[in-house]
Design a protein around this ligand. Structure first.
Ligand code: IPM
Ligand code: MG
Length: 357
């Protein structure tokens, strides 16, 4: 059956990088992969046209698709909108409405880029971490939330960190399953010394671990985990954590690899339907200049092949193609460290596409 892929370019550099990933998808289709490709608006660009960042039409197309490829959303033009209309709300809405609770964020250092990392090559060489971030719960979605007026006239902002056992169980299972396909080591990150919600997290993850005795489970407080990530990141195989801790730790892990422009992500529901996106943002400061790195988006297509389309060989081929263009010395500005050939967004995309032809 034809797999439906919905493309949501979004804002900032989103359209430029997604265009390169679409080149890759078109080649796969020409090679015989049974996919259909549709496009829709999301984020600030959707707000400009429809007055809301996640139009009903876009959400309906996303529900109907097998996989969604998203560029990035947001930018200074929309920063002063009320929270419910901001472009980021579209991203959170898609995650929530599509029940994409399991967010996989790999941080892999390509040896060709060891010099682009701000850490010493020996600290990061061979790095391969998978961060599994809970994506539809925690403080991002907890109620009550808001800004209220206190009796003394002062305003008070508040959010709620909530996790139910079933939410923790399902993300723990996702993480254990992934660990089984790797080095079978899982580190669960929490703040169980202070926050009750994450004390329960630790309890439930420990309980689920009884079903996965072949995986070695450890626990770490989030502050220590942040430190360990920059001190000795190779100690980690798979990390599983809450929505907000995962947001923060995945940015830190991304930088270990030299550039956030290299990192893809997958957000999956219980049936492996997924939304795929680079973990970097919309980078409005460089939008439209053709200098953005399309590799994170292209690598997101590889993840789509692996997790939703169940085409692991194609996923491997895309990853190999990226590896090869890096070996050839092609570098977008973010990964250029004085060696190799500086290329534009489109030149990088073309090079990968050609490898796959
Ligand atoms: C991410 C981003 C988003 C998040 C923002 C844009 C809402 O930082 O995907 O990591 O906080 O989840
Ligand atoms: Mg983030």
């Amino acid at each position: 059956m034809t797999k439906k892929i919905l493309i949501l370019p979004g804002d900032g550099i989103g359209p430029e990088i997604v265009a390169e990933a679409v080149k890759v998808l078109e080649i796969l289709r020409a090679r015989g992969l049974d996919i259909s490709i549709e496009q829709a608006l999301v984020g600030g660009s959707a707000y400009d046209k429809y007055g809301k960042p996640l139009p009903d039409e876009t959400l309906a197309l996303a529900r109907n698709a097998d996989a969604v490829l998203l560029g990035a959303v947001g930018g200074p033009r929309w920063d002063n909108l009320e929270p419910g209309l901001r472009p980021e709300k579209a991203l959170l809405g898609l995650r929530y409405e599509l029940k994409l609770f399991s967010n996989l964020r790999p941080a892999i250092l390509y040896p060709q880029l060891a010099n682009a990392s701000t850490l010493k090559p020996e600290v990061v060489a061979g790095l391969n971490i998978m961060i599994v971030r809970e994506l539809t719960g925690g403080i991002y979605f907890g109620e009550p939330r808001g800004v209220r007026q206190l009796e003394n006239g002062e305003k008070q902002g508040y959010n709620t960190l909530v996790y139910s056992e079933s939410e923790i169980e399902r993300i723990a299972r996702s993480a254990f399953e992934i660990a089984r396909l790797r080095q079978r080591r899982l580190c669960s990150v929490d703040k169980a010394n202070v926050l009750e919600a994450t004390r329960l997290w630790r309890e439930v993850v420990t309980r689920v671990s009884q079903e996965y005795k072949d995986v070695e489970l450890s626990h770490m407080y989030v502050d220590n985990a942040a430190m360990q990530l920059v001190r000795a990141p190779k100690q980690f195989d798979v990390m599983v954590t809450t929505n907000m801790f995962g947001d923060i730790l995945s940015d830190a892990a991304a930088m270990l690899t030299g550039s956030i422009g290299m990192l893809p992500s997958a957000s999956l529901d219980a049936n492996n339907k997924g939304m795929y996106e680079p973990i970097h943002g919309s980078a409005p400061d460089i939008a439209g200049q053709g200098v953005a790195n399309p590799l994170a988006t292209i690598l997101s297509v590889a993840m789509m092949m692996r997790y939703t389309l169940a085409e692991p060989e194609i996923a491997d081929q895309i990853e190999t193609a990226v590896d090869q263009v890096l070996t050839q010395g092609l570098r977008t500005a973010d990964i250029y460290a004085g060696e190799g050939k500086k290329v534009t967004t489109a030149q990088m995309g073309d090079a990968v596409a050609k490898m796959l032809q």
